[in-house]
Design a protein around this ligand. Structure first.
Ligand code: ADP
Length: 634
């Protein structure tokens, strides 16, 4: 049965490609898992940042407005002092005695406004009256002309300034206003407010925010550690200006450089700062923030809102991991489904191939059966023909045997005639003599003659009897006695034997052979006659009859020391009508008939050519069945 090549392809993928697939797929899946997880993480993070920045935008606006309102609520206060006469008096005449009342007025005003301090400077920048006149570190008499807010206000511009107080060392927001009298600035009113409340509010709300000034220095921060740190490197000019104005006194103003900075939009960036705490291993932690900055109205300051991205990052990581896991799960399910699909496909293909092979097999069986039937028919025909031929052959053989017999009779008729003439002549003489002896009364001689005559008649009877049996057509299937057959032959050829000096050596046992008696006699008579012919010119003609048992068969060798058979004659020995004998002496039927008679009895007749000369015929015949023997010969 031929295997379907398609099935072979399906069921036997090359070992190499399978190995390659098995080796490549797991790292590929892991790679894709990591990639997809990373993408999911990034997408989730960017979505989170977008949401956070939208929320932050609102928060930024809200808190920036709070800062703006906190700053602006004091804006009008210094200008109110313009309305106070004692303030004008003091500024116009510092030694006029109005100071005390102004001091007290300012003290009351400071208490009510909850500001840090309110004070009046003359045009030289010296403090003429102050709300903290009672305190030991009172500003009274101090020269603050170096302060930028004074310089602005004395020029008629609003003075805005955040700095550290030179006397108190305390940070605060200074708002200054130039006080006018008849269109001329006669002094400057300053109010110092503390903005710590904003910081406290942010801390309470757990908000991370800071306010930076125009130089990028953080002036207000929810985290005290960031306070008075510069967000950008300060140029030497700025540093000099700050030193001159003592804005931040002698504060070191270190740089607060973020570890990483990633601008996302206008006023929005991702900042990474070192955290205040350290890890268990002593490593510096990092904190990443979404930073949103907005300019504060009426000031050069910026308000920055910091939203920590830690939670968002963690959430994005979880989402990334979940997506990667889901991908891995789907991939595994996909592979399993694909494998199952392949197995089913292979099974289906195998089933189809099997069905196809079955169908093919059935077709072949049908073809072979038809062939066999045809050859069976042919064989039957041949058998019929053979049987017919066999029958014809057997018939021809029988006829040949008969013809051989007749021929032998014809051939032997001379010797038979001679054989019968002799006793007949003797009988004529003896009968004549007997008549005469009876007439003379010589009864003894006459009876002796009659006895001799009787013997002669018996002999003649035997000759004719054997001739009759020889000529009779008989079907084989009988049994024969070997000794009886040899005796009968010798008797049949007695005349020739007596004239030929042939010596016969009999070396065999009595055997009952499965052949008709007459047929065995006929075979032996032929062989004996041939031996007589072959040895007639020999000085000591001899014939050996030697027998031996061969299992269920008996082998009889008939050997003579005659002239033997030449090479050419050996080829045609058993052919009908082959003879080397001259004239009427030979018919060439003897050996053919003998061989066919032996074969008809399931035996054989063959010739051997002994090295010492002469010829040996080997007759092999089956032994007769003893039970039949007893039945027929009790
Ligand atoms: P025929 O005796 O009539 O010739 P056979 O068939 O009996 O016919 O023998 C054929 C020939 O075989 C004989 O002519 C003879 O040449 C040869 N032949 C047979 N028997 C012997 C023998 N014993 N020795 C030598 N030649 C033989």
């Amino acid at each position: 049965m031929k295997c379907n090549p398609a099935l072979l392809r399906l069921t036997r993928p090359t070992v190499k490609s399978r190995l390659l697939r098995q080796l490549l797929i797991p790292p590929l899946i892991i790679l894709l898992m990591v990639g997809i997880g990373l993408v999911a993480f990034l997408v989730s993070q960017s979505n989170g940042i977008r949401t956070l920045s939208e929320t932050g935008e609102r928060q930024l606006e809200l808190h920036a407005r709070t800062v703006e309102s906190e700053i602006s609520k004091y804006t009008y206060l210094p200008s109110l002092l313009e309305l106070n006469d004692s303030v004008s008096q003091l500024l116009l005449d510092p030694d006029g005695g109005a100071r005390q009342s102004v001091n007290e007025y300012l003290e009351g005003m400071q208490r009510r406004s909850r500001s840090r301090a309110i004070y009046i400077l003359d045009t030289q920048g010296r403090v003429q009256a102050t709300s903290n006149w009672r305190d030991a570190d009172s500003f009274l008499g101090e020269d603050l002309s170096f302060r930028p807010y004074f310089q602005d206000a004395v020029r008629g511009q609003p003075g805005r300034f955040y700095g550290i107080g030179s006397t108190t060392g305390e940070a605060g927001y200074y708002l200054a206003h130039g006080l006018e009298e008849h269109g001329k600035i006669i002094g400057v009113a300053v109010i110092k407010v503390r903005l710590d409340t904003l910081e406290e509010r942010w801390q309470r709300a757990r908000l991370e925010a800071f306010v930076s000034d125009e130089n990028g220095i953080i002036i207000l921060s929810s985290d005290p550690a960031r306070r008075l740190k510069s967000l950008q490197p300060l140029t030497p000019q700025v540093k000099e200006q700050l030193a001159r104005s003592l804005q931040y006194y002698w504060w070191p103003l270190e740089e607060l450089q973020p570890l990483a900075r990633e601008p996302l939009a206008d006023g929005v960036e991702k900042l990474t700062f070192p955290a205040n705490s350290e890890t268990a291993h002593g490593e510096q932690r990092e904190v990443t923030y979404l930073s949103q900055t907005r300019r504060l109205a009426d000031t050069p300051w910026h308000f920055t809102l910091l939203t920590p991205l830690q939670d968002l990052r963690r959430e994005a990581m979880v989402q990334g991991a979940l997506v990667a896991f889901a991908f891995a799960l789907l991939t595994i399910l996909g592979i399993a489904w694909n494998e199952r699909r392949k197995v089913i496909a292979t099974r289906l293909a195998a089933r189809e191939a099997l069905q196809e092979a079955n169908a093919q097999l059935e077709r072949r069986i049908a073809e072979r059966t038809a062939d066999l039937r045809a050859s069976n028919e042919r064989l039957k025909g041949q058998i019929r023909e053979r049987r017919h031929a066999e029958q014809t052959l057997r018939q021809a053989q029988d006829e040949l045997v008969q013809a051989g017999k007749l021929a032998a009779i014809g051939q032997m008729s001379t010797s038979i005639a001679h054989e019968l003439n002799q006793p007949l002549a003797a009988l004529r003489t003896l009968s004549g003599n007997s008549v005469r002896f009876l007439e003379r009364g010589a009864l003894d001689v006459a009876s002796a003659n009659l006895r001799t005559m009787n013997e002669l008649i018996d002999r003649m009877g035997r000759i004719t009897a054997s001739l009759r049996s020889f000529a009779k057509r008989s079907d084989d299937g009988g049994q024969a006695s070997l000794c009886k057959a040899v005796d009968a032959c010798q008797q049949l050829l007695a005349a020739r034997l007596s004239s030929s000096r042939l010596r016969i050596h009999r070396d065999f046992d009595e055997q009952r052979l499965a052949i008709d008696q007459t047929r065995l006699e006929q075979i032996l008579a032929n062989l004996l006659a041939n031996a007589l012919d072959a040895t007639q010119d020999q000085p000591r003609p001899t014939l050996w009859l030697e027998g031996e048992l061969q299992g269920e068969r008996y082998r009889l060798q008939i050997r003579d020391n005659g002239h033997g058979i030449d090479l050419e004659a050996r080829k045609h020995l058993f052919e009908p009508f082959f003879t080397t004998k001259p004239g009427e002496h030979g018919l060439g039927l003897g050996l053919t008939l003998s061989a066919s008679l032996a074969a008809a009895a399931q035996g054989s007749l063959n010739v051997e050519h002994p090295s010492e000369g002469g010829t040996a015929f080997v007759l092999v015949l089956p032994l007769a069945n003893p039970s039949l023997d007893t039945a027929e010969h009790p």
